[in-house]
Design a protein around this ligand. Structure first.
Ligand SMILES: Nc1ncnc2c1ncn2[C@@H]1O[C@H](COP(=O)(O)OP(=O)(O)OP(=O)(O)O)[C@@H](O)[C@H]1O
Length: 248
């Protein structure tokens, strides 16, 4: 992967393997994954349990190092970075959203959104916080604390927190896993809008074909390899591809 080709690639994986060594033997969680996540794309990652989805997300986000291969985020190869550099890049270039919202109950929504920037020692602009909350449709809830918000609203605060530093890429692991259908839909529509309107890049692990149908592209993992891909597919097509995989 040469630098002049990476300008429109938010996250690039080149021959990535990840082997966990354990007393019971080696576990090959990723066996050689090469994929370019284009800037402004929304990609869902699906696959049977144990196929390597979480490992892929962790390695792409620099939370875990590949055994072999290279990960490039925003044009920067992660392999060449030390822990301090990686932490800095994660704070500025990446946002994270998980099934559990990980908000602090003692802080208001606005303070939760501002927290990563504060931890990174950055100046927090009030206007940027208001913008981030507006982007997720919560401009009127800035002073509420998480216990005073619904699950869907809390997840949207978590997304505002992830987006407020304008990261290159938003990584999401089962972001709607704890939400009812209608709140889940709002969160998925929001992530799609983030990609379509802000040209930010979203990579989401999910078990749910309906969630995956909000993405532009679904990648299918099996046994540590990307074994398939669907573009602009609906939930029925994605579910059919998943059951084919699980039947093999
Ligand atoms: N820390 C670890 N040590 C040893 N093996 C691990 C470790 N983490 C994951 N694995 C193994 O690596 C493989 C891939 O795991 P991973 O969690 O990436 O799969 P997944 O597709 O996210 O699964 P699920 O859908 O069940 O969350 C599995 O066989 C798992 O048991």
């Amino acid at each position: 992967m040469t630098t002049h080709l990476t300008t429109d690639i938010a996250v690039g994986l080149d021959g990535v393997t990840r082997t966990y060594r354990s007393r019971a033997g080696d576990v090959h969680a990723l066996r050689g994954v090469t994929h370019a996540f284009a800037r402004g794309s929304f990609t869902a990652i699906m696959g049977p349990s144990g196929s390597g989805k979480s490992t892929l997300l962790q390695v792409a986000a620099g939370l875990d190092r590949p055994t072999r291969g290279e990960v490039v985020v925003g044009g920067q190869p992660l392999g060449a970075m030390n822990q301090t550099g990686l932490t800095k890049l994660r704070r500025t270039a990446m946002g994270f959203v998980f099934q559990s919202y990980n908000l602090l109950d003692a802080l208001t929504a606005a303070e939760n959104v501002a927290l990563p920037a504060r931890l990174a020692g950055r100046r927090v602009r009030r206007a940027a916080i208001v913008d981030a909350l507006r982007q997720v449709g919560l401009e009127g809830k800035a002073r509420r604390r998480p216990p005073e918000l619904s699950g869907g609203q809390q997840q949207r605060v978590a997304i505002a927190r992830a987006l407020h530093l304008q990261p290159e890429v938003l990584f999401a692991d089962e972001p709607t896993g704890a939400l009812d259908r209608s709140s889940g839909r709002q969160v998925l529509e929001l992530m799609r809008a983030v990609a379509d309107e802000q040209r930010q890049t979203v990579v989401m692990v999910t078990h749910d074909p309906l969630s995956a149908s909000y993405a532009h592209t679904t990648l299918f993992l099996e046994d540590g390899l990307v074994v398939g891909r669907l573009d602009r597919a609906d939930a029925t097509q994605i579910a059919a591809a998943m059951s084919d995989l699980e039947r093999r």
